[in-house]
Design a protein. Sequence first.
Length: 636
Amino acid sequence: MNKDRRGLFLNFFALFLGFSLLTRLTLLVMAWPELDGGLWVLVKAFAAGLVYDCAAFSYPGAALALYLLVLPERVYSHSWHRRLAHGLFFVSAFLLAFNLAAEYYFFYEFGVRYNFIAVDYLVYTNEVVGNIRESYNLPVVLPLVTALAAFSLWLFRRRLALCFSQALPPGRRARWALPALALPGLCFLLLDGRLAQVSANEYSNEVAMNGLYSFGSAFLNNELPYDKFYATLKPEDVFRSLRAALAQPGAEFTGGGLDIARRIKGRGPLKRLNVVVIVEESLSAEYLAAFGAAKGADTLPNLDALAAGSLFFKRYYAAGTRTVRGLEAMTLSIPPLPGTSIVKRPDNGDFFSWGSVMRGLGYTNKYIYAGYGYFDNMNAFYSGNGFAIVDRANFTKDEITFANIWGVCDGDLLAKTLKEADADHKAGKPFFYMVMTTTNHRPFTYPDGKIDIPSSSQSRRGAIKYSDYAIGEFLAAARKKPWFKDTVFVITADHCANSAGKAEIPVRNYHIPLLIYSPAHVKPAAVETLSAQADLAPTVLGLMNASYESRFFGRDMLAGRPEGRAFLSTFQKTGLLKDGRLAVLGPKKYLKTYRWDESAKGVSEAARDKALEEEAVSFYQGANYVYKKRLNRLNP
């Protein structure tokens, strides 16, 4: 053990490695039921984990090494500096213990280490801090974190005292400090996430990663240049493939060779129907009786009953695992580009969208949100694309009976939607609403006395059952309105309740319901066509017999092409699901094909499917080309 300032550096390093190991062991226990591959996979996971732990420490370690390099000996050895070093050690132990707790809860919620979700949440501190305060027992967690930090300081007390026993000349300081200063640059240039791919099981890969390292990686890679990182084809081949995939009866391509612009001809006279799209937070398909109600019987009695009277899409898939991914796909009808959603990117207004088509048909467009729409940049996106904003700031005190940190309860939100519809109907204009709920989000609280599960249980089943109750009340009230007969109600989800799984893209965790309900205009039926959120806008417009100029990447699911496909994504990986196969694209020109067993809901290894992989590349490369060239702008 070094008895000089090198020892202080090594003690901080040992503290970091100790907490990293403890965190990894904690997540290993949590993921244990889902792991496979045996002892060898665990050995690889912990070996790779040590590398990422060292890399994660290298950044704060470089700052510490620089400090210890330049600090004069008389200051270093002074009694006040010793006390400062002990205090800094305690603070470091507290932060690492707090990170352990945070990683535990993050893994519990999402099944992964920190990723782009954690980066996004860091921006919105009010909602995140409020969510933590309302969801987790901080009076218990914080004392435990403090006790663990104090125990760490006690454990290292003698080792820390020894670090001030001897002086270290400047020349000898430089010999160990300079490599520590160079290490972050080497890690940045030479290390990426591939070393953590120790298995085909994604849980094993997450155990191998370091949470702080993955957080930094997500922060730096918020938008990935497609042409640099992903597989590509010749542009003319891309758009030839896209045109073949998007061709359908009533569609005539009008743009040049490198474009998907086309004229859509309605199947009859235009039906100027109101459209209300209710986007339920985290409404997984498995909650519905039609899909087995795996999350508990009689959770969604109103939606289960409504399914029989609706156009019910049984093989409908979310684009991603975040609300903004679902909103992006439904509003812009575009596959999910790698990195962050377009909703959160700069310069994201004036796009060709579902809203622009409706506005061209004379509609009043509104985005109605339970929370404050600055979250995830939603207000900026929707206001920049032709929607009026109605968010929590527009609710009067008497319109709010219950709210938590994320927003007003679903009942209050839908009551507000009724008022907006009454006002727009009275003004004589058809209306188009995107209504985004929040009740089915942790902390899962809602008004008591409405359902048989108390809000204090803070259970997801209670939250989703209350949301179902609110929808039932909303539709019952809407049926008494003069505008009900000529309104199409769309009920769907932004994404599933769970996103983690063993596979790179766990397909079962993207399956969401879609119900289109309008007794006077939409004949009830079950639709078995495989479809995606990007298909929603052209499908509803098709039901209205709308004629319009389109730049949608989705297509009308009812327009005579029985074969389907779906777009799925994580943050860096994207997929095309079709005909029981899943093609996955990733950074470093990664391409792989999997088999999707829909009955068993499992993803397994499969032989390469070149045709499917090229079609997948065509969709994502083409979407990136159209977006980067701004060909889907209203005035490109």
